[in-house]
Design a protein around this ligand. Structure first.
Ligand SMILES: [Zn+2]
Length: 205
């Protein structure tokens, strides 16, 4: 096989799911495609995440594979509410302009930190940023941004930005209101899964 194919396939290897034994889960950071009797699944592993999600329907012919089921586990306890609350306060101060931040988890110390992203260009409808460097054992878990005065929703630009990423994306909106709105999702290498907001359903009283 061409060495370029070897390199390409190592990024996303395909695994045949066994029918008579347990699937050995991916235990190191990476991505795999799982060929199962109940469809094609994406498996993503990071220091902070293990997730298995359906990405294609089962083959139309009988296949000699087993089934897999949906799975989503985080390597830390709960999502860091305090970091999100802190971001909302900082985003209010910058409203109507947008802003963005990373919530970084240290897998060795189990500590969280919020880091505002350095803006290269900013306004009420956009924010462009420089991405910070992370220390050893540090992982960008949440990518937060604000929508200033408008609602919290994932825009077409957000979808494009999040296409190949593995992270939890959060958007906060209506920052002029006493209760901001929030929308969260897991981005797993191109698959988006809505998540409950870690700050509860702010905005819907
Ligand atoms: Zn957005």
């Amino acid at each position: 096989m061409d060495s370029r194919d070897v390199a390409l396939q190592s990024v996303l290897p395909t695994v045949m799911v066994p029918r008579y034994s347990e699937l050995e889960e991916l235990a190191t950071p990476g991505n795999r495609l799982l060929m199962a009797a109940n469809g094609v699944w994406l498996e993503v592993c990071r220091a902070w995440l293990y997730v298995r999600l359906p990405v294609a329907k089962p083959a139309s012919i009988p296949v000699p594979y087993g089934d897999v089921s949906e799975e989503m586990r985080f390597g830390f306890g709960k999502l860091p509410k305090a970091m999100v609350a802190q971001f909302i306060e900082l985003a209010r101060a910058r409203c109507p302009n947008e802003c963005a931040a990373w919530v970084v988890w240290n897998s060795r110390t189990n500590e969280w930190r919020l880091t505002m992203l350095e803006e290269t260009s900013v306004g009420p409808g956009h924010v462009n940023v420089n991405l910070p460097a992370l220390g050893e054992d540090e992982h960008m878990v949440m990518d937060l941004h604000s929508h200033g005065l408008t609602e919290a929703f994932f825009s077409r630009t957000d979808n494009k930005d999040d296409r190949g990423a593995t992270k939890i994306a959060g958007v906060i909106g209506n920052l002029d209101k006493p209760e901001a709105t929030a929308s969260f999702r897991l981005c797993a290498n191109g698959v988006f899964v809505p998540l409950q907001s870690p700050i509860g359903q702010e905005g819907s009283k």
